[in-house]
Design a protein around this ligand. Sequence first.
Ligand SMILES: [Zn+2]
Length: 342
Amino acid sequence: MKYVNKYIMYIMIFILIIFILPAICTKKLAGKVQREEKGKQNEEQTKESKDETIEHDYSKYGTIKLLHKENGQIEEFRIDEYLYGVVSAEMPANYEEEALKAQAVAARTYTIYQILNSKGKHREADICDDSTCCQAWISKEKRMQKWSEEEREKNWNKIVSAVNSTVGKIITYNNEVINAFFHSNSGGKTELASNVWIGGKDFPYLQSVETSGEDGYSQYSSEVTISKTDLLEKLKQEYSDIQIKYEEDECIKILDYTQSGRAKTVKFGNTEIAGTKVRSLLELKSTNFSIKLEGENVIFSVKGYGHGVGMSQTGADSMAKTGSNYEEILKHFYTGVEIMTI
Ligand SMILES: [Zn+2]
């Protein structure tokens, strides 16, 4: 009996070695291969999704008709595909991911607001590609050419991912799409819409807000120096009766400022000119300027870049650098808003 038991035990060990162990090992190995393959598949899927617009049902906002200002042609895009061209034209790709996402959501919101509120502004088109009129847009081909070869792929993927990861998201106030203005650099404090566009109305979500960190960007400060004679000549083109007696004290003076500290009205000799008009006439980067007379010259020292209303792009990047996410950035620049998915 004893020997028989021992014999059976040997047979069982033999069976275990020959059949069961290899079976376990193969199964484990197979599992590993499967997992690896699944990982690879996921990787490929993410890679693919970077090159394609993510499917999202925008219902009536699914496509957008873009007017190319240069040739007057109208091109139709799916909204997120159009936004790749907007975000890549409006914000440097080396900005933080959360800043790019904030830009994507602001641009999507601005676009839908235009579709709803600017009927007839561009005939049958919804929006144009001129940054001074609507918002900038650039084709993928042109955008790629402007980037160096090494960073092309990486930059484009970063832009696409900012748009795709916020798919369907827009900014609302009281459940309505907001007029999501944005600009380059606020010079530290954003501006009210009514101070920029004469007769323009104010929106409760476009308040004047402060942002730190914008001074670290090149757009923060600039200077325009113009000779006293040239300045007078330039102003005469618009104001034929203008006279400036440079020998008099305060012949040029900022008379009043907006709530955010920008020049509202400027006195040039016998003529009062709106700060916004001075900005466009002298091509200043913003209305946040001070004026100094020095020898034969008049010097305009300018803070910030752009109209100053809504989200500051450099402010968004600076907030992202200190840990804010895109929702926090948007809620900082647009007062009392919600981020919703449409
Ligand atoms: Zn336009």
